[in-house]
Design a protein around this ligand. Structure first.
Ligand code: NAP
Length: 377
């Protein structure tokens, strides 16, 4: 039985992970769960799955075996990662707060099912260095496109690969052909039902930009070998083009339960499809379009960030995190999110050799600048 720690258990990914664990009750034991504020929901989960360790970030409180304690250094996720006994940690936190728990899990040689893409985008170089030092540690991607690439790359000879593609359903404003959107329009993603930040990131296509960087980092691919295709049905999640012109695709019903199940069970696979199978509605309706960079500025910025390297991916990510927050607080309009990221990327000093400290500083500077520039927009 695998012992699992779930960071961000009350979120969209966390909730899908619980579905997987309900499906395979004999294979998993949850040893710890965390959330930011949703204490009641955590307690409900702890009752259903008999979880002994609960961490609530708001108030830095942990409850272990019914005893409550306030942490000195504040971070409940890192505390559990460092102190609990587990085989696998699912990092389904949102934003770059996910970095330290990932970092310390690697230091302990643990397996990390990683949904938290912001971590690998901003701190990718540090994480890769740490993985080299701790050979037992392993990252299993949870993002659907990266899970798909992981599966494809496990059997395709690298020398045969010309280019890898991840797909995007297209971004709501581009679909509606509108440059500006209200909050209500933004949160209606056509296919995926996700947390609020990743839903906004999908609408601006920054999510796909983050995923380009994530793919380069996770699979050691140069940026020119990672392409994006618009695929409105979200059935194919990634494809690999071989030198001879053949394409090999990964296709699955668009539900995060599948890539989570794959990451949690790997190297095994699930034994019964619990999701809708592809049906005749999809016949004749699978399409792919290019994603030109002159149309999708967020993709252009992501390529710039990963090509430049150093602290630039972290600046791209931090500028986005702050811009999304400003949008959610009604401080900037939706159509200013991407221009604001671009302005911040031009303004924060570039650092080639990254350390944890200088990435953190760059993130802070990017967020301060985004707020300042955002006020004037
Ligand atoms: N949702 C998807 O379909 C999807 C697909 C692919 C990748 N991802 C990636 O997966 C990550 C999670 O996305 P999501 O959509 O699941 O987000 P979400 O629904 O907003 O959930 C985030 C979770 O993290 C918790 N949390 C946030 N900050 C925390 C902190 N400092 N300490 C402890 N817990 C904290 C939240 O707790 P509260 O509930 O108390 O706020 C919640 O449980 C993101 O990086 C996203 O890009 C998501």
């Amino acid at each position: 039985m695998k012992k699992i720690l779930i960071l961000g258990a009350t979120g969209s990914i966390g909730t899908s992970a619980l579905k997987v664990i309900r499906k395979y009750p004999k294979r998993f034991k949850i040893v710890g769960i965390t959330a930011n504020t949703k204490k009641e929901k955590l307690i409900e989960i702890s009752r259903e799955f008999s979880v002994k360790n609960i961490g609530i970030q708001d108030g830095s409180t942990i409850i272990c075996n019914n005893k409550s304690k306030r942490l000195q250094d504040g971070d409940v996720n890192t505390y559990f990662v460092k102190n609990l006994e587990y085989d696998l940690v699912l990092n389904s936190l949102v934003g770059s707060v996910g970095f330290l728990p990932t970092y310390y899990a690697i230091k302990r040689g643990k397996i990390i099912a990683l949904a938290n893409k912001e971590t690998i985008v901003s701190y990718g170089e540090i994480i890769k260095k740490e993985l080299k030092k701790n050979k037992r540690a392993l990252i299993k991607p949870v993002d659907s496109e990266h899970s798909a690439l992981w599966q494809l790359l496990s059997f395709i000879d690298r020398k045969q690969i010309k280019k890898c593609y991840i797909t995007a359903s297209g971004g709501v404003p581009f679909k509606l052909n509108k440059t500006d959107l209200s909050y209500d329009e933004v949160i209606k993603h056509p296919i995926w039902n996700m947390g609020i930040k990743v839903t906004i990131d999908s609408s601006t296509m920054v999510n796909k930009g983050l995923e380009i960087i994530e793919a380069c980092r996770l699979f050691d691919l140069p940026p020119e070998m990672v392409g994006v295709l618009i695929h409105p049905q979200s059935l194919v999640h990634a494809m690999v083009m071989l030198n001879d012109g053949t394409y090999i695709c990964h296709m699955a019903y668009p539900d995060m339960v599948l890539p989570i199940e794959y990451a949690l069970l790997h190297p095994d696979r699930g034994d019964s499809p619990s999701l809708k199978l592809l049906n005749e509605d999809y016949r004749n309706d699978i399409s792919f379009y290019p994603a030109p960079l002159e149309k999708y500025t967020s993709l252009k910025l992501a390529y710039k960030a990963i090509e430049k390297g150093g602290n630039m991916p972290a600046i791209f990510n931090a500028a986005n995190e702050k811009s999304v927050e400003l949008f959610l607080n009604g401080r900037i309009k939706f159509n200013l999110i991407v221009p604001l990221i671009e302005k911040v990327m031009r303004s924060v000093k570039f650092i080639e050799k990254v350390t944890i400290e200088n990435i953190k500083e760059s993130e802070e500077k990017a967020k301060i600048l985004a707020t300042k520039i955002g006020e004037k927009l």
